[in-house]
Design a protein around this ligand. Structure first.
Ligand code: F0G
Length: 415
């Protein structure tokens, strides 16, 4: 039977027991029985052409290995139908000819969070939870607000005051969540939500919630399906609270154990240098995690005390992965190139390509390697950052044909 299990002491709990940690305070994860899952890739392939919403979702296409819910229990917005792109300009810029981009910013609310949120909100609805909550740097809150609205549930979100992009704030408000701007940082907001969840006041949908991880796992399976189940050499992802790193590690382990792939890709998590506790811990062999006061232009990953440390370090170790860091300047340079490629992304996402470029320079990634970089959020999530990463101007022009002709002539003469 699918059940919850503590990552520290391995104690078991029923799958839908209302709890977010073990009695020993260890994180919980969903454990699936391998039986019946070995042929899931073939079933998922068939579902690509189905008209049933749960089949068309890039999360629920794999539902037997995500959360075993009935189709009618699933709250879906057809998330996870995201693009897999080979972009020459980005292959050249990073020095990695075998690079593919998985753009999770193409999800319904513009970030990868929809994949985890469809799972967490579906479970919350099944459990009859009246009030859903999260701490967020803006993307989780947008996803929660949207999925809660679709499920007809109330949501409250705790954001670090003044540190969330206007686009994300407006989106979260627009879908209807109650927004509390906490006078503190993300880590303070996270602690508040953990305490409220423990006291039974709210149902927490941060990535401490094991069902969030189950939904986000499907980013990896979707990539593997995009690659016809031939695993790449590397998968590169940005890291903040480390929910994705944890989910990716679990997805890779399971795909390998169930015989879906015959080699494990290596995982590279990239942090912003101003928000790098995981990177520092990697340098000391993950012997400890020192929380820090985080600061970076990539506000999505401005996190100094990642709650998924234990699961995420295991993911890096088990995949022979690495953790890297990049400066804000490197993030903005990568973002400008990604924007100009026509794909576009928000700053946190650009950390992946900035990190990959350094990995190529260091000889860690070889020319012949197949690499998948995950872009986590859409360009429109942070329009301020677009203006900061490039020297952009709008030319004002008189509304007459002569002035416009002059402007077009000067445009044509430019390289
Ligand atoms: N990229 C984007 C665009 C994000 O919004 C986040 C996290 C990350 C990367 C980092 O992912 O936490 O799984 O390591 N955003 C959270 C939020 C914290 O509240 O939206 P992680």
């Amino acid at each position: 039977m699918t059940h919850l299990q503590c990552v520290n002491c391995q104690k078991h709990f029923p799958l839908f027991e209302l709890r977010f940690e073990c009695d020993c305070e260890g994180l919980l994860e969903v454990i699936h029985e391998a039986e019946g899952l070995r042929d899931l890739p073939q079933l998922a392939e068939k579902r690509l052409t189905s008209r049933i919403p749960a089949d068309r979702s890039g999360v629920w296409r794999f539902r037997e290995a995500v959360v075993p819910l009935e189709e009618k229990e699933i709250v879906t917005q057809l998330e996870g139908r995201t693009g897999f792109h080979a972009v020459e300009s980005l292959q050249k810029w990073t020095g990695s000819p075998g690079l593919f981009i998985k753009h999770e910013g193409e999800n319904p609310t513009g970030s990868f969070k929809d994949r985890g949120m469809t799972a967490a909100v579906s479970v919350a609805k099944r459990l009859g939870m009246p009030l859903l909550a999260c701490a967020s740097t803006g993307n989780t809150s947008s996803a929660l607000s949207s999925y809660a609205a679709r499920a007809g549930l109330k949501s409250v979100v705790f954001l670090p005051s003044g540190k969330v992009s206007l686009g994300k704030m407006a989106q979260t408000l627009g879908y209807g969540a109650h927004v509390l701007a906490v006078k503190g940082d993300f880590d303070d907001a996270m602690q508040i939500v953990r305490d409220l969840a423990k006291a039974g006041e709210v149902y927490m949908v941060n990535s401490l919630n094991p069902f969030r991880i189950e939904g986000q796992k499907t980013i990896i399976w979707d990539i593997l399906q995009d690659m016809n189940w031939q695993a790449p050499d590397w998968i590169v992802v940005p890291g903040g609270n480390l929910g994705n790193t944890s989910a990716f590690g679990k997805a890779i382990e399971e795909a390998f154990e169930w015989g879906w792939i015959d080699k494990k890709p290596r995982l590279a998590t990239i942090q912003a240098a101003g928000a790098n506790p995981f990177y520092k811990s990697f340098l000391n062999g993950f012997s400890s995690l020192q929380s820090i006061q985080a600061e970076t232009i990539a506000t999505a990953i401005r996190i100094g005390n990642p709650v998924n440390f234990s699961r995420a370090s295991r993911a890096i170790i088990n995949t022979r992965g690495i953790v890297g860091q990049v400066s804000d300047k490197e993030i903005l340079a990568a973002k400008a190139v990604i924007d100009r490629s026509g794909l576009g992304c928000e700053p946190a996402s650009a950390a992946t390509l900035a990190g990959l470029k350094l990995m190529v320079q260091a000889g860690l990634v070889k020319k012949e390697d197949k690499v998948v970089a995950v872009l986590t959020g859409s360009m429109l999530k942070d329009t301020d950052a677009i203006m900061k990463s490039q020297n952009l101007t709008v030319e004002e022009v008189e509304a007459d044909a002569k002035a416009i002709k002059l402007s077009l002539d000067s445009l044509r003469s430019k390289h």
